[in-house]
Design a protein. Sequence first.
Length: 448
Amino acid sequence: MKNTYNPLQRLHLYAALFITPLLLTLTLSGIGYLFFTDVENKIYQQEFFGKSEETEQQTLKQAVKEIEETYKGYSINKISIMEEPYNDRITVNDEDGNQLYVFLDENNQIVTSQIAKYTYSNVMRNIHSSLFTENTIINYLVELTACWTIFMIVSGTYMLVKKKLITNKNKKLRFQKWHALLGLIVAIPLVVIVLTGIPWSAFMGSHISKLGEDYPNLGHTELRYNPPNSDVNEIPWATRSKKEPMSENGEHKGHADRHGASSSVTDLPNQMTVDEIGNIAQKEGVSKPFSIVYPSDDKGVFTISKGSNTGVTGLDVSPYEETTIYYDQYSGKKLGKVDYEEYGLIGKWFTWGIPLHEGHLFGLPNKIMNLLACIAFLGTIIIGFISWIKRTKSFTKILPKRINKPLSLSVILMLVILGILMPLFGLSIILVLIIEYILYFKKKKAVS
């Protein structure tokens, strides 16, 4: 007889043992991030809504110049034009990658600044993605945890049905039954949350993005770009790439490698002011909030964008409102525009998926839905741990005893399919199977 239940049970426990610490961290940081706008509106009152002691009105261009003089060594990254009552936000970077947010009041006077890395939203986001290490290896481990979570949901559901836990009256299995039932309830919302987190993943996210670039009908439009030094979190996912239009001005031949540019240019001869570009965009129907990215060199363009997943309090819009517009930096001529309707399948999926994952796609109900899913998942983990400790009675017998029968075809197919869909999971499952066979032959040798 083929063996289905036992290997899934062992793999389920392997996953629980190794990924639970990361799962707890991801879930708790995810809960923290769900309410980042509410938290930041409370703790950053001066930054978001405060006024400068200077009451004289100045232009945005003058404010940019003042910021460059005040924050020596920093260059302008982007300007976020916010809806009232929020102050506008200027993002600046230095050569070492340090980033500041500088806030301007209604008179375009400097109110104060923040170190971007240590804002509440960025701390929660960095813990969620890399445990605040910004380390690629940790990024891969986080993605691997997400992959094994999918496996645990699939295998847990299968074992629930296989063992008929719902109808089982054995009181000794009550914790196992609660674990299984709670896991079944949270399965669908949890799968949705995991899958919509893929755009941030180190391996699958980059490959899906590449797929969108190679096949525009799936992901991006033909008009693709990624302005140097722009914060891609504030640019719609579906228009992130490596190409952008160039300003058409014969008198401004390139003196710098566009791809090697280290900062935005804000004071070229004959360049339009940021005030003028903002006014042109608003006259053409672009409403606040939106971001303005400066050209990277003398052949670059001004980029105006509205995004649904900026990660900035007060800057997100509905997916339907997403737009990216390119303006010639000398004439103000519109060189191209990409709206939500032009996105491909992948682009639209993630344009909706990221806000859903973050909990702001449809307001408070979205937050509550994600919060309940996270709390239920935490309960599933805790009850599962209690269940297993009660059943094993000893930490020396954590894994269920191996049944030495061939794997069933259904288990093999499940692992192969999941391994193909999630390559990191596929590689890790090979490693786990190698460990299993080593343990098997070691035990067999000891018996003989």
